[in-house]
Design a binder for this molecule. Structure first.
Ligand code: ADP
Length: 731
């Protein structure tokens, strides 16, 4: 009798056999199941979410050939190389193939020898390719970077519209669209343009917990850049600049400092650009310095840092560009240095745009600037922009939560002085003018307006003009002031919360610009150790050298041989045999056959020399890291402990110490844990306490998300967390 193997088991099996992976990433299983059940799907996952596997793994469980439509011609060869290295039969058809190569692929299609075929969208319109596909027993179609079909996406490609021809010609095959662009409008457009039939719609979590985000004012920029690069020894990184001129300048400066850096921007000759990109992908240089032109089509999974030397154009750009860090899930850092002339340069770039477009560009830029100035968890700020939210602040993975930002003590008073000056100037002037009034500068414009007679004149005279300007920017970013266009001049207006600030009902959180935050550096180092937990760094480095040699031999990027995650896993397991080597994450059967001998030899010699044991039980080591959840309380949280003890509410404390409410909620968790508090009643209504406690007893283990779902979202996470923490302290 033919036994039917459950879909999940089939998929787990190919995941392990070909890729050496043990488990599915978020939403991969339902996405893969939709493919195997022949239901159309639309999958939205952030960069690094593992979209490729969503169609590659099902292709290996299906009869016939899966067709992947992708606009990224430059990537196809790497993708096919990576699949081939895993023992999968793959090929591509695009304009870079010679006629002979095309014939060869055609023969392989006809003889049903290919499992995954990558196709450039331009090929579809011609018809000949469609005839060929008909002979190839197509199992399903995967449309990668599907937002390219939408006019609302940031990268519209007219050829994508021809994909409808595929649907007409292959009415029985299912269609699966993948993108990292989350807006509803783009999603709807993809669904409609591709003619998807009641697709399974899967939208992933947009947070990237392995990334450390930081936004700091520019202050000796090259020094700031150097500090980041130096923490990453030889690891690859991207430096984004606003203009081509700056790309050239920063590249030259980095080279002078002795780093292997190369430039990438649209003004360079195609060959030079391609050569620099290739050198970066193959680890022949460490740093690529680029404009926004760089990135689409870069699949490098081990980028360890992304630096912006100026404010990005939009939040979408920021998310995409920083998203290129840490695709392999290992800790990586994103540093944004803003200020100086950034906004002016962007405005010059926008000046060619039609009025309506320019307005959108300026609004998007302002949202980005506000994000820099805002003092709330950066992870939260980012996902909120994309219409999602977080269960809790990141705690250590951004400059704000890591406590590296010092809030100016007199924030409320300073904020009131500024808003009051705007009020007295009758809301008719901009940032620079207002700063000059507060600085007490007696220039002609100020005296002729008699603003040197205002009570706010010179109130902030001991502060540098730049600092005052920056504080005004922060008040805009935090919503106390608004910048309004008035006949081409930008003027400041007071918002409703600005009025509350004047009455002393709320407080901004101002920071002094230019303070290098050494603390954030320490934090990111500690997160780096987290992913390196139990790893022997000496062995890791030797394995990297071997990987580079193998990659050179085969002329493929080093990550095609093994990703960093696989080398890290080897350097903590110290496998002694092929069987143990197969247990390493990222080692499938083909790679085991090909590389185990050489890698095992290096591991064995290293362990002998250092007297280290082989075949270490890695699960035991990793399990030790679990209690890391109980962090030592930070200086800021300790400050709030006294206030909790005095019985102040979360809102009152947030206002008093000028931190976001969500931050204080995090401190409350620390407080409850450290003082072993069992009674949640100071913060939660008695009727809710009983309900939540009953649910905790019912749902074991009582994870917050499960509780949240249990109450169908009617009880907020803060309440659930407080009651759960107190409940845990009863043991
Ligand atoms: P995306 O296309 O969504 O940006 P990729 O498909 O390039 O993401 O995957 C990002 C990285 O994560 C790749 O190195 C990939 O091999 C790895 N990956 C994907 N799925 C898994 C998994 N289930 N387990 C371990 N690693 C995975």
């Amino acid at each position: 009798m033919n036994q039917v193997i459950p879909i999940e088991d089939q998929l787990s099996d190919v995941l392990k056999r070909y890729w050496g992976y043990e488990s599915f990433h978020d939403l991969q299983l339902p996405a893969m199941t939709a493919v195997l059940e022949d239901r159309d799907s639309l999958v939205v996952l952030p960069t690094g979410g593992g979209k490729s596997l969503c169609y590659q793994a099902p292709a290996m469980c299906s009869d016939g050939m899966a067709v992947v439509v992708s606009p990224l011609i430059s990537l196809m060869k790497d993708q096919v190389d990576a699949l081939t290295a895993n023992g999968i039969s793959a090929a591509y058809i695009n304009s870079t193939l010679s006629d002979a190569e095309k014939w060869n692929v055609a023969d392989r299609i006809k003889s049903h020898d290919i499992k995954l075929l990558y196709l450039a969208p331009e090929r579809i319109g011609g018809g000949r390719v469609l005839d060929l596909l008909e002979q190839g027993n197509v199992s399903f179609f995967a449309i990668d970077e599907a937002h390219c079909i939408s006019q609302w996406g940031h990268d519209f490609r007219p050829h994508y519209r021809e994909l409808k021809l595929l649907r007409e010609r292959f009415p029985k095959a299912s269609f699966h669209a993948y993108t990292a662009t989350a807006t509803q409008r783009v999603r709807d457009d993809i669904e409609q343009q591709l003619g998807l039939h009641e697709p399974e719609s899967l939208v992933g979590n947009f947070d990237r917990p392995n990334l450390f985000y930081r936004a700091a004012k520019k202050n000796n920029l090259m020094n700031q850049v150097k500090k980041v690069v130096d923490r990453h020894a030889q690891s690859p990184g991207i430096v984004y600049c606003i203009s081509r001129k700056e790309v050239e300048k920063v590249t030259a400066q980095l080279r002078e400092m002795g780093y292997k850096a190369a430039a990438y921007h649209a003004g360079m000759a195609d060959d030079d650009r391609a050569q620099n990109q290739e050198a970066f992908i193959k680890d022949k240089i460490q740093i690529i310095v680029a404009t926004v032109a760089f990135g689409m089509g870069i699949d490098k999974p081990d980028v360890r840092f992304v630096i912006h030397t100026g404010v990005p154009k939009t939040m979408e750009n920021y998310q995409q560009e920083t998203g290129r860090a840490g695709r392999d899930g290992l800790e990586s850092e994103c540093h944004l240095f803003y200020g100086g002339n950034d906004a002016r340069i962007w405005k010059m770039i926008f000046s060619d745009q039609a009025d309506a477009v320019r307005k959108i560009s300026l609004d998007s830029l302002q949202t980005m600037i506000d994000f820099c100035h805002n003092v709330e968890c950066r992870h939260r700020g980012l996902v909120r922009h994309f219409g999602q939210d977080l269960e809790k602040d990141c705690e250590t993975a951004c400059d704000v939560c890591a406590g590296s930002i010092e809030i100016v003590k007199d924030s409320q008073k300073i904020g009131q002085m500024i808003v009051s000056s705007v009020y007295r100037q009758q809301e008719r002037f901009g940032v620079t003018y207002t700063a000059r009034v507060l600085k007490g500068m007696q220039d002609e414009r100020i005296t002729s307006n008699q603003h040197d007679e205002l009570s706010t004149f010179g109130l902030l005279k001991i502060n540098p003009l730049k600092t005052i300007q920056d504080w005004i920017g922060q008040l805009v970013g935090q919503g106390f002031l608004q910048q309004v266009d008035n006949d081409g001049f930008s003027t400041l207006k007071i918002s409703p919360s600005g009025k509350q600030l004047l009455k002393g009902e709320v407080s901004p959180r101002l920071i002094s610009p230019g303070e290098e935050d050494s603390k954030s550096v320490t934090k990111s180092k500690s997160s780096k150790t987290r992913s390196m937990k139990g790893t022997d760094e000496g062995l890791f480095s030797e394995l990297r050298t071997l990987r580079t040699a193998k990659a050179l031999e085969k002329n493929v990027p080093p990550y095609v041989v093994f990703g960093d995650a696989a080398l890290i896993d080897m350097a903590r397991r110290f496998p002694s045999s092929r069987a143990k080597f197969l247990e390493v994450q990222g080692v499938g059967q083909k790679k085991c056959e090909e590389y185990s001998e050489d890698f095992l030899a290096v591991i064995r010699t290293y362990c002998e020399e250092k007297g280290l044991p082989l075949d270490v039980d890695v699960d035991a080591i990793l399990a030790q890291s679990e209690p890391a959840e109980v962090r030592p309380p930070s200086a800021n949280s300790i400050q709030s402990f006294d206030l909790f003890e005095q019985g102040l509410s979360i809102e009152e404390i947030a206002q008093k110490i000028g931190r976001a409410k969500s931050t204080i909620e995090g401190y409350l968790t620390d407080y409850i844990r450290s003082r072993k508090i069992t009674d949640p009643s100071p913060w939660v209504d008695a009727s809710l306490i009983t309900k939540v406690q009953e649910a905790i007893e019912e749902i074991q283990p009582a994870r917050l998300k499960l509780l949240f779902l249990h109450f169908e979202g009617n009880i907020d996470y803060t309440t659930l967390r407080i009651v759960s923490e107190c409940y845990r302290n009863r043991d």
